[in-house]
Ligand binder design. Structure first.
Ligand SMILES: [Zn+2]
Ligand SMILES: [Zn+2]
Length: 113
């Protein structure tokens, strides 16, 4: 038995290399990946600029931390992909801690002046 990478259900793979229980799960994962990597570059920059080039969770800046732009509510949970309100600047450690989880938007610290 194997665990499906999308839904986590156990299934009997037809092929040894199978990682999804069904075409539906394979498609869902493909879609999630496709959406996740396509925040347009200019939008990414706008978010960094809005957040003052500092991590919204810990406040660290480069070169101490590498910054990235991440979704507050993940795409998998129905978050908007290119909505300014759903995007935050994070550093790699903070983002790694969050993983693919969604946050309550009210948990994101407000912007410093
Ligand atoms: Zn599945
Ligand atoms: Zn951080």
């Amino acid at each position: 038995m194997k665990k499906c990478k999308t839904c986590g259900e156990e299934f009997e793979p037809e092929r040894k290399t199978a990682v999804y229980c069904s075409d539906k799960c394979r498609y869902h994962n493909w879609l999630a990946n496709k959406k996740r990597v396509t925040i347009p570059a200019d939008m990414r920059f706008s978010i960094l600029h809005r957040d003052g080039f500092a991590c919204r969770y810990c406040g660290d800046r480069p070169p101490k931390k590498t910054l990235r732009v991440d979704h507050v509510v993940s795409i998998e949970d129905g978050g908007a992909r290119t909505d300014f309100a759903n995007l935050v600047t994070t550093c790699n450690p903070c983002n790694a801690g969050k993983g693919k989880k969604s946050l309550d938007p009210s948990e994101v610290p407000p912007l410093a002046d």
